[in-house]
Design a protein around this ligand. Structure first.
Ligand SMILES: *Cc1c(COP(=O)(O)O)cnc(C)c1O
Length: 432
């Protein structure tokens, strides 16, 4: 059946109709608009968050949300996939071009699903895997006992140097030689420095292991040329599309032709069912945006902002892991300000500064233990999308220490108002 792509009346009136939702379900509509207000009136420093464009949101709220599409373009288990096949091919081609990869799978529902599929493609239950230990910045999928990874594989954790906070490649090599892992994972949720993919490749080759780069955080910087690209070094690169990359919530896998079929089968049918075609279309839109000079400038500004914010926070007395950052991400110990991380996160949230706590690998020189969230993890991806630059970063660092020193009274109200004024000068969706 020939398919018309002429704009329909429904599309012209926008399928995602907020007024219809408000009439039909005011309770939920109020939550949706309240959340937009919260995001617009406070400062989002959660390192994994960003503001997607209205174009990405349009794809997410489109008729593709209705479509079932198990399988891959040209080989689906459902009828009517003519147009969604084209959308997925566009997403795949744009991802391959953006990252210089031979193969891309754009179907993983999340970063964790991407990692699950990578393990499923390369490993058998019980295999040994070497990854960054969780207290040092590894992700749940890097061997947490609470996650499938820790249950099904035998994980060995490497760490960072106690003094420098940097990855200790000699330790990684020694552990690899001792444990002979089937795969080595490089990538972290809180490591603020570039990963030396060539060094990991050499270690993996030394022991005959696969190298999996979990680039969920830096992949958006890679797209903008502001961080090294793992694709030439890793056998498989896992990523998210919703962090610095600024696309819809989802996952992505990149690999060479040699592993393409195994990766595709590991995603569907091994670990997932029907592809989410609205999200895949939104990924295509985001990859298109990320290929523009404007995005390249954005990615570099994200890093420039993080460097200034890091310097200014250090100036306010925070102790920074590795002493600073190469990326969008900062891990800070608030202890020198007489604040523990959980209390600090609460005080900052009260002031409208939203961020995470994270594990810190060492307390002074003494390792303290798993699950100890003594650090604050923050990032500049969302603030930079709003158009904030170096001057705003310096101001935000000042607001950090003001919020931690506030007395719960008038001073707290003043800090909250200053944060709101700053946020409102940089609306994430200026035309709304
Ligand atoms: C964010 C992240 C993930 C998981 O992404 P989800 O979409 O939350 O499942 C995996 N690995 C690393 C290193 C991450 O930073």
């Amino acid at each position: 059946m020939p398919v018309s792509t002429e704009p329909s009346a429904a599309a012209a009136a926008a399928l995602a109709d907020f007024e219809a939702l408000r009439r039909q379900d005011p309770e939920l509509a109020e939550i949706l608009s309240g959340e937009l207000n919260r995001q617009s009136d406070s400062l989002q420093l959660i390192a994994a968050e960003n503001f997607t464009s209205p174009a990405v949101l349009a794809a997410l709220g489109s008729a593709l949300a209705n479509k079932y599409a198990e399988g891959y373009p040209g080989a689906r288990h459902h009828g009517g996939c003519e147009l969604v096949d084209v959308a997925e091919r566009i997403a795949v081609d744009r991802a391959k071009a953006l990252f210089g990869a031979e193969h891309a799978n754009v179907q993983p529902h999340s970063g964790s699903s991407a990692v699950l599929a990578a393990y499923a493609a390369l490993l058998r239950p019980g295999d040994t895997v070497l990854a960054m230990g969780l207290p040092h910045g590894g992700h749940l999928t890097h061997g947490s006992p609470a996650n499938f990874s820790g249950r099904w594989f035998d994980f060995v954790g490497y760490g960072v140097d106690a003094d420098s906070g940097l990855i200790d490649h000699e330790q990684v090599r020694a552990l690899a030689r001792t444990h002979k892992p089937k795969a080595i994972v490089c990538g972290s949720i809180s490591y603020p420095r570039h990963i030396d993919y060539a060094a990991f490749r050499a270690i993996a080759d030394d022991v005959g292991a696969y190298l999996i780069a979990d680039a969920a955080h830096p992949i958006g910087l890679v797209a903008g040329g502001a961080a090294p690209n793992p694709v030439p070094y890793a056998d498989v690169v896992c990523a998210t599309t919703h962090k610095v990359l600024r696309g819809p919530r989802g996952g992505l896998i990149l690999c060479g032709e040699d592993l393409a079929e195994r990766i595709d089968r590991a995603v569907f049918p091994f670990t997932q069912g029907g592809a989410q075609m609205h999200t895949i279309a939104a990924k295509a839109v985001a990859f298109g945006e990320a290929a523009t000079p404007g995005y390249t400038a954005y990615a570099h500004q994200v890093v420039a902002n993080a460097k200034v914010l890091a310097d200014c926070l250090a100036g306010e007395g925070f102790h920074l892991t590795t002493g600073g950052t190469d990326t969008h991400l900062i891990a800070a110990d608030p202890a020198p300000l007489d604040a523990d991380a959980r209390t600090a996160r609460g005080l900052l949230a009260g002031a409208g500064i939203v961020l995470d706590t994270c594990a810190l690998p060492y307390g002074g020189a003494v390792y303290v233990g798993v699950g100890d969230a003594r650090g604050l993890r923050l990032g500049t991806a969302a603030l930079t999308t709003q158009g904030m630059r170096e001057a705003e970063m310096a101001r935000i660092a000042g607001l950090f220490s003001a919020a931690l020193r506030e007395d719960g009274g008038e001073r707290a109200v003043r800090v909250r108002e200053e944060v709101r004024d700053l946020a409102r000068r940089f609306p994430p969706y200026p035309d709304r």
